[in-house]
Design a protein around this ligand. Structure first.
Ligand code: ADP
Ligand code: MG
Length: 866
């Protein structure tokens, strides 16, 4: 279709010229163009906005040129529209009128004051409290993640093969990538807003200069950044440039960067994260199905965010892991102390984001009040920490106690300045406590004095005039007035000036009244200005202390997470794992932390699992529903818990640290991708064969299932051989193909195990108990029966099974009833088509002509239907 060119032939109006000039600088961005009480969108933006927000598309006259499509939202309701657009992944630039229209000569000047994108949202109630909102820049070989709400910046050098796993960990809401770079953006990031920036912006040298300037340093050495971190530094440069462009106010709360180097954390790719149901359930909306839900007993938002981060980034270094475990253990042992600490933490609000908003000049008086209240809780938290029994056994707790900055000066200042319950908005007034600021107090007493005088005026004027019904009132248009009913018109003194006539009364002012009114109203305005100044000074005061607040917030977050892990450990009877640098993984009496919670206490059957040099591959067989997948996942979860520094759901546990954890689930078991294909399954499996090392743990659940039985068994066989002979990693392979049990005859380090069932007549009972040895049968028909397959189908299945097992070709045996005969009839020897049978049986002697016709029609119809 060719585009219809509509043109009035004339040039744009000046307004449209201004619009186009601004719009040209914001491609791929919806421009909210302020016009009076509306933000207007034009042209393509208008069409998009109208569609996404369900607005009416209108058009605007554009002088001699063509009409321009237009859609607008009222400024008062703009926040909600903005939220919806950003939630859908759009970028919106807010273009304001930057001069007073009344004073403007000609066209009002306009400029973009802020751009809002999913990764740069600052509005608190658009954000998920317990989750970081990461904007992530990805360049070749490095990435950088920024949470604009907290100021946290992470730099990470990543190998291309690990990009996916690293990205998955940040759960980015927006990606920044170099234009034209063909980066392997993983599927998890699909649907995420992707912003392209010029490739030069990712230049490490340029970024180095930018970062040294940002942090006021002579070189980046002070941040622990080395030459080989270049790619990550480059990404950070592009990221900061972008973020500053969107937030013209800058990033005053930008914290010093944290560095993540290769080998610092255990890579968990997207599939593993999903299959283990770490933060989201496989079935959308399922409640209580994730590990996070079981573990998260944190009391502060920053604690919640940290727990999530720790869970998605388990450690690899045994010393670091044990340090965390030491802290958890102290808190497990001193239950009283833990309770005290948790009580203190309970009143602490989102220190990180509150301080960030203050530094950005956005905190409301109420938010500053929340910051104050949180800071005032710190001595309690520090007291509880100091009083912990056996604290000396945990270095991180000792360090926290030593380093904890109680922010006393800041807390006191906020307490002195703010009223007990500050208003939600600055405009609501009365945020500042009396006695804090002399000027404000003077203004207030001037105002109140004026008000008092005016209030007393009614009495004095009544006396002076002798009019008992005289009233002093106020309205927005006329200000203060004196009201007298018509009856008393003759008694009006000469200094009364008439202002307004009502049906039964007249309203007057006096020079004196006006004078006081001016005092009151003038004071009122100056009070507003002064309060705004004072609140702003408080924000700056917080901004100046931002790095101290951030440090304290980090400590509190850690305490909160350790206490939460300890709380869970005690309630759910977890034990401290013995984390070592060896290969051996030995879980005694291990349970699935999530599945066990969905059952009555003690109902979950614990199992022992051992993987070591001698037996590093377990072939796990057993019928469907036996508990293979559960066991497989619980091993993965126990290792992950141990490596994040948490206690584990076992009676005893020895965990040799792993360097990679892979979990794959065969195609038809894989609920995640609905449309999942065998191809996906195979490419994921091949990624493991390439990525795994001898120190990795690989958990394969029914791999090979997405194809025919023979192909499936063959592939599973070959994959297991490769893992055994070439990779040498710890592996659990769960399969209902009992044929695979023969593999152990060939592979020296592989062992057969099965999840036991007991056969009782035609029925089976699931014992959920792990036993050495392979399963001898699949019990598929038993399970089918349990699942409610009709009796005749089950009976027929038994027959077919017998034939198959006896080596017969089933199709050559007479079936009990004709199956899909329409097709079979094509072949000789197959049963006749049902219509033929009917025809054969038809008694023509008794058939009337009309019956014959009807029957013919019915047959024809049936033939067409098949
Ligand atoms: P499979 O993978 O062998 O088909 P699943 O692991 O999916 O079996 O387990 C099927 C069901 O059995 C689970 O939903 C769970 O309710 C139950 N189950 C599994 N393991 C146990 C156990 N150790 N103790 C009690 N119930 C279990
Ligand atoms: Mg299964």
């Amino acid at each position: 279709m060719t585009e219809r060119v509509v043109s009035g032939g004339g040039p744009d109006t000046p307004l449209m010229q201004q619009y186009r000039e601004i719009k040209s600088r914001y491609p791929h961005t919806i421009l909210f163009f302020r016009m009076g009480d509306f933000y207007e969108m034009f042209e393509d933006d208008a069409r998009l906005g109208a569609r996404e927000l369900g607005l009416t598309l209108t058009s605007r006259n554009n002088g001699g040129a063509a009409e321009v499509p237009l859609a607008g939202v009222p400024v008062k309701a703009a926040a909600e529209y903005l939220r919806r657009l950003v939630a859908k992944g759009h970028r919106v630039a807010i273009c304001e009128q930057v001069e007073d229209p009344k004073l403007a000569k000609g066209l009002v000047r306009r400029a973009v004051v802020e751009t809002i994108t999913p990764g740069t949202v600052l509005t608190d109630d658009w954000l998920v409290q317990s989750r970081n909102n990461y904007l992530v820049a990805v360049g070749a070989g490095g990435m950088a993640a920024l949470d604009v709400t907290t100021g946290e910046l992470v730099l990470e050098v990543v190998a291309p093969t690990e990009l996916e796993a690293s990205l998955a960990r940040y759960e980015a809401v927006e990606l920044v990538v170099p234009t034209g770079a063909k980066l392997p953006i993983p599927s998890a990031a699909r649907g995420v807003t992707v912003t392209e920036r010029e490739a030069w912006e990712f230049d490490p040298e340029l970024a180095r200069e930018d970062l040294t300037r940002s942090y006021g340093l002579a070189s980046l050495d002070g941040l622990g950044i080395a030459a080989e971190d270049g790619p990550a530094v480059g990404a950070a440069g592009a990221l900061l440039r972008y973020a500053r462009e969107l937030k013209p106010g800058g990033l005053p709360h930008l914290a010093r960067p944290t560095l993540v180097r290769r080998g610092d954390v255990l890579p968990l790719d997207e599939m593993t994260r999903r299959n283990l149901e770490l933060v989201e359930p496989l079935r959308a909306g399922a409640q209580g199905a994730t590990l996070l839900e079981v573990l998260d007993r944190t009391l502060t938002p920053m604690g919640g965010r940290l727990l999530r981060r720790w869970m998605l980034a388990p450690l690899v270094d045994t010393a670091a892991i044990n340090a965390r475990l030491d802290a958890v253990e102290v808190l497990v042992r001193d239950g009283r102390g833990r309770e005290r600490l948790r009580e203190a933490l309970d009143g602490v609000r989102d220190l990180e984001r509150l301080a960030g908003r203050a530094a950005l000049g956005r905190a409301t008086p109420r938010e500053l009040g929340a910051l104050r209240d949180s800071i005032l809780r710190l001595p309690d938290a520090a007291g509880a920490l100091g009083g912990l029994e056996g604290r000396a056994r945990a270095a991180p707790l000792e360090a926290a106690a030593d380093r904890c900055d109680l922010l006393t000066d800041l807390g006191e200042e906020l307490a002195r300045a703010l009223v007990d319950r500050p208003p939600a908005q600055l405009a609501d007034g009365d945020a500042i406590r009396a006695g804090y600021d002399r000027e404000l107090d003077d203004l207030k007493s001037a105002r109140d004095g004026g008000k008092q005088y005016i209030a007393s005026l009614q009495a004095t004027e009544r006396q002076r005039t002798g009019i008992a019904s005289l009233k002093v009132g106020f309205n927005k248009v006329f200000g203060y007035y004196i009201e007298v009913t018509h009856v008393h018109r003759e008694r009006i003194p000469p200094d009364y000036e008439r202002r307004q006539t009502l049906t039964g009364a007249e309203r007057y002012v006096t020079p004196q009244l006006k004078e006081y009114e001016a005092k009151v109203l003038g004071a009122e305005e100056r009070i507003g200005t002064r309060e705004a100044e004072l609140v702003d000074a408080l924000r700056r005061r917080v901004g100046d202390a931002i790095s101290r607040v951030q440090a304290t917030a980090t400590l509190l977050a850690q305490l909160d997470v350790w206490a939460s892990l300890a709380e869970v450990a005690e309630r759910e009877r977890y034990v401290r794992p013995d984390v070592t640098g060896d290969v051996t993984l030995h879980l005694e009496g291990s349970r699935h932390p999530v599945v066990e919670r969905m059952m009555p206490r003690e109902a979950f059957i614990p199992n022992d699992i051992r993987l070591d040099d001698a037996g590093r591959i377990i072939l796990l067989t057993g019928p469907n529903m036996a508990g293979k997948s559960t066991l497989l996942r619980q091993v993965g979860l126990c290792v992950l818990l141990a490596q994040m520094g948490a206690f584990v759901p076992c009676r005893r546990a020895v965990v040799g640290v792993v360097d990679r954890l892979f979990t794959r689930v065969g195609a038809s078991d894989n609920l995640v991708r609905g449309q999942s294909t065998f191809m996906v399954e195979m490419s994921e499996t091949s990624a493991i064969l390439h990525g795994a090392t001898a120190r990795s743990l690989v958990l394969l659940d029914e791999i090979g299932r997405g194809t025919s039985t023979y192909d499936g068994v063959a592939i599973a066989w070959a994959v297991t051989e490769c893992l055994h002979n070439t990779v040498g990693c710890k592996t659990i392979f769960a399969t209902h193909y009992h044929e695979l049990t023969q593999l152990t005859e060939e592979l020296a380090h592989a062992r057969n195990f099965n999840v036991a069932v007991r056969e009782v007549g035609d029925e089976i009972v699931f014992l959920h108990r792990l036993e050495p040895g392979g399963a001898d049968r699949s019990y598929g028909i038993h399970v089918g029966r349990l699942a409610g397959l009709p009796g005749p189908v089950v009976a027929r299945a038994w027959e077919v099974l017998k034939l198959l097992e006896a080596g017969h070709h089933v199709a050559h045996q007479a079936p009990p009833r004709p199956p899909d005969a329409a097709q079979l009839a094509l072949f000789a020897g197959a049963p006749p088509h049902p219509l033929l049978t009917e025809l054969d049986r038809l008694d023509l002697d008794t058939l009337s002509p009309i019956d014959a016709l009807n029957r013919l029609a019915a047959w024809k119809k049936r033939l067409e239907e098949t």
